[in-house]
Design a protein around this ligand. Structure first.
Ligand code: HEC
Ligand SMILES: [Cu+2]
Length: 379
């Protein structure tokens, strides 16, 4: 449409193709056609940029990075976006130029040259540069090797639809938790990721890329948080009906606070009261067969950590030793207070369809309240 192989034809005539010879002639776009063109490309740009910009900030945004790996990914994104935008602007400019201003036919030689430089050399150069940059970035996003085994180690087992979390400290001791991940700012953390059932995917967009959790296989991910704060992680692989409800808060803390937090978590809750009616109900209802509460007879049916466990059946239920101090319950589904705890215990099946947590709709309201109060007290 924009190139002419026949200089003899007047430029302003519309396309004409005769039966005997195929001619492509230059056609001037009307102002209206140009406006329509611009309108649609502007529409495409809006469709593309609006969600991108809307997700720029927030606790679960890859474009609001709080760690080294996420920063590199965000930079890669902006470089690609800027590159794409420049090329788009260039192509639109050439199209406008050809249609509005330069309406004379150009020679076959020039057309060939234009196609060679604009259609071959230019894309090959740009794509090679972007590919080289992306490939160069890859080892930085998987920083294993020399530093291996030096950082804090966290083992995570994904289950429908929650996260079993074990911190392995340098002295060999462990701290068990669930549905919430803490990490020290400025220190590399190595995650070992496994699954008890489906394929899940571990993703904290503000801290780094995602990594699959596959049954029978241990995948690793290394993250370095640079900014303290509370971020949000999300399972990124469809793993069943409540997959979207499989999330967790990820809290990056100053190293000293993190160590103090681990010290506190390595002991039973200091508020633990095993003589309370709430605990009696907890045991009577059999909650302790699936849930561990450190310092009590409730030990759950859980292997401890990936190394000790490796059972395909995985872990029966989240560790509740300090559940009262978690920010959320139900894997970031509900705020954590006595009311939501009671509601979750009574109606887990409807609040979180497909969940492995049996609902207890038969518990009397005051019994529910008593259990919830006891759990909330496990700070
Ligand atoms: C058959 C095993 C099983 C039994 C028995 C069981 N639970 Fe659970 N519970 C689970 C599982 C699995 C989850 C995770 C559900 C999810 O988020 O998908 C869970 C989640 C929870 C949570 C939310 C924890 C968190 O970190 O989000 C609480 C609180 C809880 N259960 C309390 C109880 C109480 C109280 C009882 C007894 C009345 C009980 N559970 C009985 C398996 C069990
Ligand atoms: Cu999942």
């Amino acid at each position: 449409m924009f190139l002419s192989t026949n200089p003899s034809l007047p430029a302003s005539k519309s396309t004409s193709v005769s039966a005997t010879e195929t001619r492509i002639t230059t056609k001037t776009l009307s102002a209206r056609q140009v406006a329509v063109c611009l309108y649609w490309s502007r529409g495409a740009a809006l469709v593309f940029f609006t969600p991108a910009l809307a997700s720029c900030s927030g606790v679960q945004s890859a474009l609001d990075p709080g760690g080294v790996e996420a920063t590199q990914i965000a930079t890669l994104f902006w470089v690609m976006t800027a590159g794409g935008f420049l090329i788009w602007a260039f192509v639109v400019a050439v199209a406008l130029y050809a249609s509005r201003w330069k309406s004379r036919p150009i020679s076959e030689e020039n057309a060939g040259r234009f196609i060679f430089w604009g259609g071959v050399v230019f894309p090959v150069t740009v794509l090679t540069a972007l590919l080289t940059y992306a490939l160069w970035l890859m080892p930085w996003l998987r920083p294993f090797g020399a530093e291996e085994g030096t950082g804090v180690r966290v083992e995570i087992v994904g289950s429908q639809f929650w996260w079993h979390v074990v911190y392995r400290r340098p002295d060999g001791s462990i701290v068990i938790s669930a549905n919430e991940i803490r990490l020290p700012v400025g220190e590399r953390v190595e995650f070992s990721l496994e699954s008890a059932d489906m394929i899940h995917s571990f993703w904290i967009p503000a801290l780094g890329g995602k990594m699959d959790m596959i049954p029978g296989r241990t995948n690793r991910l290394s993250l370095l948080a640079t900014r303290a704060g509370t971020y949000r992680g999300q399972c990124a692989e469809f793993c069943g009906i409540s997959h979207a409800y499989m999330a967790f808060p990820a809290i990056a803390m100053e190293p000293a606070n993190f160590e103090a937090w681990l010290d506190q978590r390595s002991q039973p809750s200091h508020d633990l009261d095993v003589n309370s009616g709430g605990f009696a109900l907890f045991m009577r209802e059999g909650c302790g067969t699936c849930h561990r509460v450190d310092g009590t007879a409730a030990q759950g049916a859980q292997p401890v950590g990936i190394a000790a466990g490796r059972t395909p059946a995985g872990v029966a239920g989240p560790d509740l030793s300090h559940v009262g101090s978690r920010l959320t319950i139900g894997a970031a589904l509900l705020d954590n207070d006595e009311e939501t705890l009671a509601r979750f215990i009574a109606h887990s099946a409807s609040i979180k369809p497909g969940s492995q947590m049996p609902a207890y709709p038969g518990l009397a309201p005051d019994e529910l309240r008593e259990i919830a109060a006891w759990l909330k007290g496990l700070q």
